[in-house]
Ligand binder design. Structure first.
Ligand code: NAD
Ligand code: GLY
Length: 359
């Protein structure tokens, strides 16, 4: 069973990837959290498919657990939802000895981690991610948080989990669109650090929900290594994870919620970042075809819908935290697997990259 270590001194933890581990989660969790009560936080969709298995497994391991369900969707990453969860946990007599378990996608993980960072001034939490995005990206690294009207993830805390349990079989219940969007982040990790994985991704079945545990673990290992190098995103390394996200976030924010899923917007952002890497970082122009082929295989969009206006995308970009004092810090590729943060991308480049997405 693949185990990825996240080596963060006194906050180090393991990510265990094993098909079927949800049924045995109680035993793993008891190792990490003996004699602790647990508050399981999940959303309505995930609860339907997976909460009974987890709750039965906790009960079988002798762990006393309460279940707290939030509405599915990005709108739940809010102060009011976080406050409601804290109240519900207090009503259920949880205290500083309790542990939060996040069962769900990135929304549940970010919100539950944020609640754990606040409740009784901070209690431990465990991630059980159930989307591809959450399995390879958001459950690892300790970024937790909620959204403001002004933008996504503007309030939060770094709070590393005690451990992460990944059951690839939970992906079987994801709707196809939500399944495929996750590959944008998988491709992003491979593009910045592991060119061989790009070749592997070109050969797996794009519609098979049974993802290889080894592939998930290798993808997680990329994120874990970057987090270990630059936990608090102060050295520039963690910023590499923003590859494809500057223009991707702008596009995501420019459309009404739900029209483009996050991964779909990032697919366009990845194409734009490749275009700019060819212009500014000497990336082989043939790589544009490699990226398009990969994104297309996973049914991710390659073309910017006409209805999304360039000015609107640009106006959303300025809110993005990757603009530092008017300077754009843009992640580019020198070659597949080799990314860096560049200061050479200007506004004209952004306009050209957005135009490229319309062709
Ligand atoms: P999500 O959590 O909204 O899940 C997508 C949809 O799938 C939801 O409707 C959910 O209910 C449903 N779902 C989840 N698992 C399911 C399953 N196994 N079966 C059936 N339905 C299931 O979206 P996401 O893409 O997982 O996460 C996006 C969020 O993650 C965003 O808020 C983003 O900001 C955040 N994020 C955080 C980090 C980080 O480092 N903390 C990194 C990337 C993304
Ligand atoms: N998903 C970006 C990060 O964790 O830094």
């Amino acid at each position: 069973m693949p185990i990825v270590s996240v080596p963060l001194a006194d906050r180090a933890y393991d990510v265990i990837v094993q098909p079927g581990i949800l049924t045995d989660a109680g035993r793993e969790i008891r190792r990490w959290a003996e004699n602790r009560r647990c508050a399981v936080i999940t959303d309505a969709n995930v609860a339907r498919h997976h909460a009974p298995t987890l709750m039965a497994s906790l009960a079988a391991a002798g762990i006393d657990a309460t279940l707290h369900e939030i509405p599915a969707g990005e709108a739940s990453k809010s102060f009011s939802c976080a406050a409601g969860l804290c109240e519900a946990m207090a009503d259920a007599n949880h205290d500083r000895k309790s542990i939060v378990i996040a069962l769900g996608g990135g929304v549940v993980g970010d919100l539950a981690g944020f609640v754990a960072s606040l409740f009784f001034r901070g209690i431990p939490f465990i991630q059980i991610p159930t989307t591809i995005v959450a399995q390879v990206d958001s459950s690892v690294g300790g970024k937790t948080g909620i959204n403001l009207k002004a933008g996504k993830n503007l309030v939060g805390a770094f709070h590393q989990p005690l451990g992460v349990l990944i059951d690839p079989q939970t992906l079987r219940t994801l709707p196809p669109r939500e399944f495929h969007e996750g590959f944008a982040e998988v491709i992003k990790h491979a593009a910045i650090r592991d060119s061989e994985m790009l070749e592997e991704l070109a050969s797996i079945h794009p519609d098979s929900p049974d993802l290889s545990p080894d592939l998930i673990a290798r993808n997680v290992a990329i994120k874990a290594a970057i987090v270990a190098e630059d936990e608090f995103e102060t050295l520039g390394t963690r910023a590499l994870l923003n590859f494809g996200h500057t223009i991707g976030h702008g596009i995501e924010a420019a459309v009404p919620y739900g029209e483009l899923l996050h991964g779909e917007a990032i697919s366009l952002g990845l194409r734009a970042a490749v275009f700019l890497s060819i212009r500014h970082a000497g990336l082989d122009p043939a790589f544009a075809g490699v990226m398009d082929h990969l994104l297309g295989r996973f049914h991710l969009p390659l073309k910017l819908p006409e209805s999304i206006h360039t000015e609107v995308i640009l106006s959303k970009l300025s809110r993005d935290k990757k603009f530092d004092a008017g300077q754009i810090r843009f992640v580019l590729l020198k070659k597949a697997g080799d990314a860096f943060v560049s200061g050479s991308v200007g506004k004209e480049d952004l306009l050209d990259a957005i135009e490229y997405l319309r062709r």
